[in-house]
Design a protein around this ligand. Structure first.
Ligand code: UDP
Length: 234
């Protein structure tokens, strides 16, 4: 089915309005409040600290561990509290998307804990979590090769769209979601998932649009970090 106009009037490759703030949690070593449209995520970083149980330790490199959680009030139909299968899988995927950017060899045997709380959800929460978490890791002063920036790409009807929202994810004319994360400096992909059907050509197009669009997110992440360390009011 032809998807002629996005419901919120955006261009097909346009991101939702975005806001990034760091240093929002006093107890955490690093933190970030990241908002993309109505999707709002808070990330807090603790560590590196000793990893328990001991058998999980890696003497050659550190571990990034993620805890993803959605508040009950983050969606209109009350999310059941506590981690289910979805939350466990997302926590693993988010950690895997962050690990290539962190210099894990600098903290063998240790773990860096990244907590992400979804305050409000309108699709794309895993991508927003990756953006929030990687900015919080940088805010914590973690040795990193790059920040990770992520966007929920999609094929909605016949159109490749950037930063799809819940309406688009549920679009009856056919919706394929493609969450994707990059280290923008090198363009290296750290997460690529696909739910639905898409041709190889369209997938390549979605990846290349995503690779360009995350540069806008990357700039906002860097701006937030620079603003904090320059002492600007955020
Ligand atoms: N969602 C919901 N209830 C849930 C889980 C998800 O309403 O228990 C909504 C929420 O808006 C979320 C969207 O469905 O952002 C898509 O969820 P998905 O599992 O595809 O992950 P996401 O796109 O958030 O990374």
């Amino acid at each position: 089915m032809s998807y002629t106009k996005r419901v919120d009037g955006r261009a097909f490759d346009e991101l939702r309005p975005m806001s990034v703030k760091v240093g929002v949690l006093e107890n955490a070593l690093g933190s970030c409040l990241f908002q993309m449209g109505k999707t709002k995520v808070l990330a807090g970083v603790y560590g590196p600290r000793q990893l328990y149980p001991r058998f999980l330790r890696n003497p050659e490199k550190g571990t990034v561990r993620c805890f993803y959680n959605m508040y009950s009030f983050s969606v209109s139909d009350r999310k059941r509290p506590g981690p289910g299968r979805r939350e466990k899988e997302l926590s693993e995927k988010i950690a895997q998307a962050l690990e290539p950017a962190v210099m894990l060899e600098k903290f063998p045997d240790a773990v860096v804990d990244v907590f992400v709380e979804i305050i409000q959800a309108d699709a794309g929460t895993r991508c927003a979590s990756i953006c929030a978490a990687s900015t919080a890791l940088a805010d914590a002063g973690m040795p990193m090769k790059d920040i990770v920036s992520s966007v929920a790409m999609g094929k909605i009807g016949d159109k490749i769209c950037a930063d799809i929202d819940k309406y688009e994810e549920d679009y009856e004319g056919g919706a394929t979601d493609i969450p994707i994360a990059f280290m923008p400096r090198t363009g290296e992909i750290t997460l690529l998932q696909l739910d639905g059907e898409i041709s190889p050509e369209d997938l390549k197009k979605a990846i290349s649009v995503g690779r360009e669009k995350v540069k806008e997110i990357y700039e906002k992440q860097k701006e937030a970090l620079t603003a904090k360390y320059k002492g600007d009011k955020q």
